[in-house]
Design a protein around this ligand. Structure first.
Ligand SMILES: NC(=O)c1ccc[n+]([C@@H]2O[C@H](COP(=O)([O-])OP(=O)(O)OC[C@H]3O[C@@H](n4cnc5c(N)ncnc54)[C@H](OP(=O)(O)O)[C@@H]3O)[C@@H](O)[C@H]2O)c1
Length: 261
């Protein structure tokens, strides 16, 4: 697979479904200058997603890599494929995430914590670390960490906020940790430290509560007027297009809004 020198090379983890899939669609429909790599842990699901996107005949182009964010081997193999095929990475969208129903509303067990942190925290941390040499070759490197308002510590402590009381403790803690990854990546990018991607732009992006396979019954959500995940994809597209550059290093939401950490 090749891309033209003018194209932005964009990797979306968990790009085969939900917000990730809609993001691939939004990016490829927006411009021929976007080449989007669909990261999918399951190659058969990824192939279906790739076919479905290509059938839309969008101006942007797509390709597929196997990427399980809980597997270091898979992440290293994905790095090697992107290096071989494109030689650089312009945008990394750390979207893959899980939110299983809590076994206990108040206190998660060790295994539950491990499972959620493996995907939502350790995954994007290792993917970012491994992809940094490819991002360093970009003229305008960008990272979007797909977080949640549930990861805001200020929100949890504000009883007037509508999501304050939602009890997904392990998920909430994982997204709070992911937000620290954003802050850490941002500050390292500002420093002169070697081995890091100087000037990398990074955001935590909350996609809103939207209809996907995550967090509750799909049909119930649709029938009660929950937003489509296409609205989330639009927010990510705006970051890629530079429309949120004034909010770099921050916790942002759809429609130009920002959130407290
Ligand atoms: N939906 C919401 O209302 C909402 C709200 C706030 C934040 N978010 C965040 O948005 C992101 C996307 O979620 P979604 O709502 O689109 O959920 P989704 O429909 O369940 O899609 C999740 C995607 O992540 C992939 N994934 C899960 N574990 C993975 C792993 N180990 N390696 C690689 N890919 C993996 C899934 O792959 P498979 O298809 O193989 O399972 C799927 O492609 C998540 O980070 C989530 O926390 C969602």
């Amino acid at each position: 697979m090749s891309a033209t020198a003018e194209q932005q090379i964009i990797l979306v983890t968990g790009g085969n479904n939900g917000i990730g899939f809609d993001t691939v669609a939004a990016l490829t429909s927006a411009s021929p200058t976007h080449h989007v790599i669909i990261g999918s842990r399951n190659l058969s699901k990824g192939t279906s997603a790739l076919s479905s996107i290509r059938a839309k005949h969008h101006p942007g182009t797509t390709s597929l890599i196997q990427l399980d964010v809980t597997s270091d081997t898979s992440i290293q193999d994905a790095f090697a494929c992107i290096e071989r095929d494109f030689g650089r990475l312009d945008v990394l969208i750390n979207n893959a995430g899980i939110c299983p129903e809590p076994k206990d509303a108040a206190w998660p067990g060790r295994e539950e914590m491990r499972e959620i942190f493996e995907t939502n925290v350790f995954g994007p941390t290792v993917v970012t670390k491994v992809m940094l040499p490819l991002l360093s070759k970009s003229k305008d490197p960008r990272i979007v960490n797909v977080t949640s308002s549930l990861g805001s510590i200020s929100t949890r402590l504000d009883p007037t906020d509508v999501v304050s009381g939602a009890n997904y403790p392990a998920y909430r803690m994982s997204k709070a940790s992911l937000n620290m990854l954003t802050a850490f990546t941002y500050t390292l990018g500002q420093s002169e430290q070697s081995g890091h991607c100087k000037g990398v732009k990074v955001w935590s992006f909350c996609p809103g509560y939207v209809v996907t396979d995550l967090g509750g019954d799909r049909e119930l959500k649709t029938s009660t007027g929950v937003d489509s995940s296409e609205t989330s994809a639009k927010g990510i597209l705006e970051i890629v297009q530079g429309k949120r550059d004034g909010d770099v290093g921050r916790f942002v939401e759809r429609e130009g809004r920002s959130r407290v950490w």
